[in-house]
Design a protein. Structure first.
Length: 78
């Protein structure tokens, strides 16, 4: 699901990427990677800073790997 989401994002099909990343998130709510990709999608491509902030805060509120935490902190600092 993540590969399909990334392919959609790279093809500038941002709403499709959002849907696929969201579906991946629902498949494994404990995995921070889909949230990381969603947060970056909201911030870089959709310009939805409120959703980006909520997404990055969700990563920081869960047990997450170092990369996901770093991306979340960087996203919140912007």
């Amino acid at each position: 699901m993540m590969k399909r989401g990334l392919a959609a994002e790279m093809s500038e099909k941002y709403e499709e990427a959002e849907r696929l990343y969201g579906e991946s998130r629902r498949m494994d709510p404990a995995d921070p990677a889909p949230l990381r990709y969603l947060g970056e999608l909201y911030r870089h491509h959709l310009g939805d800073w409120d959703k980006a902030r909520q997404t990055f805060e969700a990563i920081l509120a869960m047990p997450a790997d170092s990369l996901s935490r770093a991306v979340a902190l960087h996203g919140l600092a912007r």
